[in-house]
Design a protein around this ligand. Sequence first.
Ligand code: SF4
Ligand code: SF4
Length: 243
Amino acid sequence: LIDFSILYDHPISSPCVLWEHCSSHCCHIGSQVRTFDAETDLVILPIPEVEFEYLHRVGSPDEQWLDAKRSFDVEISGYSLKVYMQPCNLGGRCDSGLRPMICRIYPYIPLIDDDFRIAGTINATAFDLVWTPGTSEDPCLMRSAPETARHLGLLNDLVSKLKIREENLEILLWFNLAFRYLEAFKLYLEQSFPEGGDVPLKDRFHNLYLCNKTQLFLAAPEFRSRLDGEVERYRRWRSHGVT
Ligand code: SF4
Ligand code: SF4
């Protein structure tokens, strides 16, 4: 059984204290595209089925999130996973003990290499991809250079604790699959502005909104093979044993 308490009780899970200075951007991010779609939820949380089961053991998530969740099945090279997409319209007013993994490791998703080092990070949500971390227009203050360095220290510590138990390696696989998804999404966004240059934020969001609707890159062979590669890496981690 995956031990979610390693992550849930880790210092990286402490709620961000900067929310008053950013109007709690990460809990309202969908509001950025409401100009194009008034029905957009504030946040859609990806929560693996096994994590939802854990949330049910520690509290009552269905009393907190009243909006119906959707689910989809991931099938990659013989690895399968059910993921719920849970709308969250609480705008920061949630039970902090029931914040799922994605809220706890925000604002970055790491890519973990074969030796359990952090090989890269990417902004943790697709809607956040319009910003370059640490720039003056980036609303998340946790992506400033000093906060990023602090966060990376915590992420490294978290990875070192998760890798000790074989069951918990699956969490690291999820990080890597999410990283590959966001990486491909970012490329797709960049390709849709071939001229480059200074594109106004509103236009970047409109483009992001359209890219999010189509997600054509999901069928690209290059994207599929990167996902396959992450499942292979997960199997290598497991066959080499944990340290
Ligand atoms: S993580 Fe970023 S966006 Fe979220 S409350 Fe902190 S500073 Fe604001
Ligand atoms: S669960 Fe809480 S921290 Fe996460 S998006 Fe919803 S309100 Fe924000």
